[in-house]
Design a protein around this ligand. Structure first.
Ligand code: PLP
Length: 508
């Protein structure tokens, strides 16, 4: 070894150092590898008689033409998927400080647990008496989530955060109906995640938006002015999407309850509060959680996730079923709550996502979960302090698991926009932070380092962000240059979406 090699300092583990394989060559779609007669399967003959589809399927339901399926051998399929994998950035490769989305590293232990044959190979129609272990797992997970949130009962069925929100709003409606009231409005702050107003609309309510004040918190005067007996509930994220703890939460809860409204907690991300404080203790009535953010369920690309909803005692009877329950003799059964709003997902939700979350909770234990929160908050404050002075920190109060910086001043001085910083970060071996959210911060960079990154990785992240801010603005405008895909025209892509192979083959 040369002395130069000896002196080589390894890059921090959270920084991706290997360039994605073979530069910019596009990877063909799997359809383009297809060739008639090639296949990735072989079935042994069972010796059983064969049936014509027309004997088994009603004529009206039969296809006129065979469906055009991809025909590739396993070898080519694996090579294609592996090449795509190498062109991807992932939580397994490096840091992913995508604020609000919480892309933390997911321990492999949780994958192993969810792959146990006794969990993975059970059909959801299996009678409860034959899958008592599964019911016990779901019952235990539900109890643990109630403990973490300070709630009385939970449904594990919703398959995503937004699905949890809709479930929560339907519960809100069911509650007011049971009180003989038909309220029409739900209040949300202007810092809210976009799914909140969308869920309010889907739930049949009108959104009333209230501003944030100079502290970046709910403007109490505005809230009081909008609260009346037509308000069904207030939806809040705490810490909010600026990464700030809503200090007036007890007062907000009292004001909501005074007019008979319910308080809804968007607990997509519990990373800052696990084992430290609980929505139930703050006065919330309904909580949804994204297990795919806080509890080690991988996400991105649309799931599958899990968005359980936990509620206070007065809402328990309205929960969607079925819910695993333990009888006095220790056996488990499915129950449907007395005044259930009905099913919100087939079967019991995304069961293997739930199994992963349960293994994460067991592996950490109560004290470990608290350490997760402490680590997330420490890392976020550490990184924020390193960036202060280089980037604007618009609401510079103690951060929770994430914080919002801005390139507003840099943009005025050098033209550097949040988007440019995000694209340059890809060249530096990191995933980009969230940009332009929350909407109330100009040129926002929403940064969530998560508790899973080491201090060396945080330092490398800080260094990359600081260096980018010091470059000529022109540098960043053409980034990323070393990734398989360069800067795309996002507005055009959104307007002329071509999401299917047919559209690519026959462009309109
Ligand atoms: C604060 C907040 N609420 C709700 C959601 C919606 O969750 P999902 O994407 O699982 O539907 C998210 C997801 O990013 C979020 O960050």
């Amino acid at each position: 070894m040369t002395s130069e090699q000896n002196a080589r300092v390894p890059a921090p583990a959270g920084k991706a150092t290997s360039a994605p394989v073979m530069g910019r060559d596009g990877e063909a779609t799997i359809f383009e590898y297809s060739s008639p007669g090639r296949k990735a399967w072989s079935f042994r003959s069972t010796g059983l008689p064969e049936w014509e589809a027309s004997v088994l399927v009603a004529p009206g339901l039969l296809r006129g033409e065979p469906v055009e399926l991809v025909e590739v051998p396993e070898r080519d399929l694996v090579a294609h998927v592996t090449r795509l994998t190498h062109r991807q950035y992932s939580v397994d490769l490096g840091a992913y400080p995508l604020g609000s989305c919480t892309m933390k590293y997911n321990p492999k232990l949780c994958d192993d647990a969810a792959s146990l044959p006794g969990l993975a190979n059970v059909h959801p129609a299996t009678p409860a008496s034959h899958c008592q272990g599964w019911l016990e797992l779901l019952w235990s997970l539900s109890n643990a989530l109630c403990e973490v949130t300070g709630m009385k009962a939970a449904t594990l069925a919703p398959p995503a955060g937004a699905a949890g929100e809709l479930t929560g709003l339907l519960l809100m409606r069911a509650w007011h109906d049971s009180q003989g009231e038909s309220r029409t409005k739900v209040i949300i702050p202007d810092s809210a995640h976009g799914t909140n107003p969308a869920s309010v609309t889907l739930g049949g309510y009108e959104t009333v938006t209230i501003p944030s004040d100079d502290r970046g918190l709910v403007d109490m005067t505005a809230l009081r002015n909008r609260l009346d007996r037509d308000v069904a509930g207030i939806m809040l994220t705490n810490p909010n999407t600026l990464g700030l703890f809503e200090e007036d939460i007890a007062e907000i809860a009292a004001a909501a309850h005074d007019v008979g409204a319910l308080l809804y907690y968007d607990g997509a991300n519990l990373n800052a509060i696990l084992g430290v404080t609980r929505p139930g203790d703050m006065g919330f009535d309904i909580v949804h959680m994204n297990l795919h953010k806080t509890f080690a369920v991988p996400h991105g690309g649309g799931g599958p996730g899990a968005g359980p909803v936990a509620v206070s005692a007065r809402l328990e009877d309205f929960l969607p079923g079925p819910i695993a329950q333990r009888g006095d003799d220790g056996t488990f059964t499915w129950v449907e709550p007395a005044r259930s709003i009905g099913r919100v997902h087939s079967w019991y939700g995304n069961a293997l996502a739930l199994a992963r979350a349960w293994s994460y909770i067991l592996a950490n234990g109560g004290d470990g979960l608290r350490r997760v929160a402490e680590g997330a908050v420490l890392n976020s404050n550490w990184l924020k302090s390193r960036l202060r002075g280089t980037y604007d920190i618009p609401y510079d109060r103690p951060a929770m698991h994430e914080f919002v910086a801005s390139t507003s001043t840099l943009k005025k001085r050098t033209g550097l926009r949040a988007l440019d910083v995000a694209k340059r970060m890809l060249e530096e071996g990191f995933h980009a932070p969230t940009v332009y959210f929350p909407l109330i911060v100009e040129e926002a960079l929403m940064i969530e380092p998560t508790e899973t990154e080491s201090v060396e990785t945080l330092e490398a992240l800080a260094e990359a962000l600081i260096n980018i801010a010091g470059e000529e603005a022109g540098e960043a405008v053409h980034a990323p240059r070393s990734t398989p895909v360069g800067r795309v025209d996002e507005a055009l892509a959104a307007r002329r979406l071509q999401a299917t192979w047919d559209a690519v083959r026959q462009p309109s």
